[in-house]
Write a new protein. Structure first.
Lengths: 202, 459
């Protein structure tokens, strides 16, 4: 390879680092499909609410906003931890540090699940079910669908944690880590829309 | 052919095509009965023709899936089939049992058939698509399990690729979900609820995994694209399929007495079912564009692209048309359902089986690809059948829209039979398109007998 060609390749690589999203194209396709699923769910919620605003406003009084806010903090913190983990690998090349950050992320995710289960047990204890009314149908469906995504996200974080413990990534080899991190941020992002929509906005 | 035992696929493919012809003939009979009500009455009443039409479809697709698996699994696992003899024995058992069942449908009153085949021991008959006598159902289970045993044992002793694992998951799912056909509670709501576990979770669940695996296999072969790339997309597609498809079952629970939340769950998740099909379309075209070799079998590539497009249109777009509960409230069980059923079965499952046959048959007959002349003929049949199917779907859609308008949506709804009279023109046009489909199918069969020079290289 002559000098110009090698220079061209380098420039190309340099460009690629900034132009293409981090992680694998397949995970982005998957993330977009997931976001679309939630978008459809949110639209259905908006549509149903518009048909019966009074019911939704009344029922929302019974939703525990404080626990919702606490969970928001958990998820944002988890996302921050995961972002630090990616930084530790791609900028510093430190798998060890990344694994600590990932562990922090996993703990925050677990915190979210525990809080959510307290919320669910309170609601089920009050006799609320999918058939109670449209609001509770959406509350339970949306949060549970998201709940399952948190679990999947945590499984992914655990895999990443194991990989970083083995020193599996490097600045040039962070595709898997970045893909998993992107998925986790999606889970977080969905909650940031879901929380105000279902818990706060009246 | 890399492995001798792959040859057992051949009789399966031939039987599949033979039964396909039967399916189309009964489709034409029934299509005519829509407009000439007493055609062939009392020899073949409409309900019998319909049952034979749909049952033959299922059986020929099962033959196609089994044949495809027998061809694919040895090549993917890089080992001979665990037992080719078992595969051949099962072929004859399944063919004879299937033929006897069809003869039973045609020669006996259905109630008599039920009585003779022990339906009073365990009542499973009389439900749409699951009309088979008890002994046939048991036979299907036995054949399916022995088949699964054979290919699972083959996989266990060989290389385990993602394609084979996805295929096995789909085939095991197919067998397991079929077990719900033996569960027939007296409560009609419960009956319908679990009936869909067979019907929906087959065609919008596990069969899609089979479709994905077969398509991925052919794409690897004809494009030479890296297995890693193809398998990654396969995983994305099957994950999307399972998420949307399983919860999407809810779109059948709108009006059968299931809880109301299914109207939301069913609408939302089934509205997303086109996504995996769309991914499959992109996947097929993307892989063909990135091909690393020009495989001499251009017909197989055409089928692969065709199934990508037609499954998206038939299952994805036409499914979406009437999947939202407020729409389905009016369209449920009209000709719109028939339009969707025709294009989705053809686009997704018939075409993928024909795709595998198109790729594998020349190899089974000792050449990489058929002669140019034979391929051109096969491609003509592709276009004739596919375009005919597009027209069948469009005419049925028009019939369905008119039917909904006259019979359901109107302020002064028309009785069913009166509405049927109003849409008979579309039924005639559908029948015409059906005749062209049959011509396409005949040309397809003729293409197997076209000689001409073949390219020497073996696959």
């Amino acid at each position: 390879m002559d000098a110009t060609a090698s220079q061209l390749t380098q420039t190309h690589e340099h460009d690629e680092q900034f132009q293409t999203p981090p992680g694998d194209l397949a995970i982005w396709f998957f993330i977009l499909a997931e976001l679309l699923a939630f978008a459809v769910f949110f639209s259905a919620y908006a549509f149903a609410r518009a048909n019966d605003v009074a019911l939704f406003n009344e029922m929302q009084q019974e939703v525990d906003r404080n626990l919702g806010a606490l969970n928001t903090v958990f998820l944002i913190t988890a996302s921050w931890c995961v972002a630090r983990a990616v930084h530790a690998v791609t900028r510093l090349g430190q798998n060890r540090i990344a694994s600590h950050w990932l562990l922090g992320g996993i703990f925050c995710g677990a915190g979210f699940l525990v809080v959510k289960m307290f919320e669910y047990s309170a609601k089920f204890g009050a006799g609320i079910s999918l058939s109670t009314n449209t609001f509770w149908m959406f509350y339970l469906s949306l949060t549970f669908f998201h709940f399952m995504h948190v679990i999947l996200g945590m499984v992914i974080l655990c895999v990443l944690w194991v990989q970083t413990r083995k020193g599996g990534y490097g600045p040039k080899n962070a595709n898997g880590l970045e893909s998993g991190a992107a998925y986790w941020h999606m889970v977080d992002l969905v909650w940031i829309v879901l929380f105000p929509l279902v818990y706060v906005m009246r | 052919m890399q492995y001798k035992s792959q040859a057992v696929a051949k009789p399966y493919f031939i039987a599949a095509i033979g039964l396909f012809v039967g399916q189309i003939l009964f489709g034409l009979i029934m299509g005519l009965q829509y407009v000439v009500g007493d055609f062939l009455f009392p020899a073949i009443p409409f309900n019998i023709a319909r049952m034979v039409h749909t049952n033959l479809l299922i059986v020929w697709l099962l033959f196609g899936f089994m044949g495809s698996s027998y061809y694919l699994v040895p090549e993917e696992t890089e080992t001979e089939l665990w037992s080719p003899k078992l595969a051949i024995a099962l072929f004859w058992i399944f063919l004879v049992a299937g033929a006897l069942t069809i003869v039973g449908y045609l020669s006996l009153p259905y109630a008599k058939l039920a009585e003779l085949t022990g339906n009073d021991l365990l009542e499973t008959m009389g439900r749409e698509f699951l009309e088979q006598p008890l002994i046939t159902k048991v036979g299907i289970v036995v054949v399916a399990l022995a088949f699964l045993f054979n290919i699972t044992m083959t996989t266990l002793k060989g290389r385990k690729t993602s394609i084979v694992l996805v295929l096995l998951l789909g085939l095991w799912g197919l067998a397991v979900m079929f077990l719900f056909s033996f569960y027939n509670p007296h409560n009609l709501v419960l009956d319908k609820f679990y009936w869909w576990w067979v019907v929906h979770l087959w065609v919008e669940g596990v069969w899609e995994l089979i479709l994905g695996a077969l398509l991925a296999f052919v794409l690897i072969k004809v494009t030479g694209v890296d297995r890693e790339v193809i398998e990654k997309w396969l995983y994305v597609i099957i994950t999307l399929t399972l998420i949307t498809g399983i919860i999407g079952t809810g779109h059948h629970y709108f009006w059968i007495g299931a809880p109301e939340y299914w109207q939301w769950w069913g609408s939302i998740f089934s509205a997303l079912e086109p996504i995996p099909f769309f991914a499959m379309t992109i996947f097929a075209f993307n892989m063909v564009n990135r091909r690393r070799r020009d495989h001499p079998n251009r017909a197989a590539t055409l089928w692969a692209l065709g199934t990508g497009v037609m499954s998206f249109l038939g299952a994805g777009v036409w499914g979406f048309l009437h999947t939202l509960a407020p729409v389905n409230y009016y369209t449920h069980g009209t000709q719109i359902t028939a339009a969707h059923g025709h294009m989705s079965f053809y686009g997704a499952y018939a075409m993928v089986v024909l795709c595998v046959i198109s790729y594998a048959m020349p190899v089974l007959r000792g050449r990489a690809a058929n002669s140019n002349k034979a391929q051109v003929m096969e491609m003509w049949s592709f276009w004739l059948m596919t375009v005919s199917m597009v027209f069948i779907t469009l005419f049925l859609t028009a019939a369905g829209v008119l039917q909904v308008w006259l019979q359901r949506y109107s302020d002064t709804p028309m009785p069913f039979m009166q509405a049927q009279d109003q849409i008979s023109l579309f039924y005639w046009m559908r029948e015409g398109a059906g005749v062209f489909f049959l011509i396409g199918l005949i040309i397809y069969i003729v293409s197997f007998f076209i000689k001409g020079e073949t390219r020497a290289q073996a696959a």
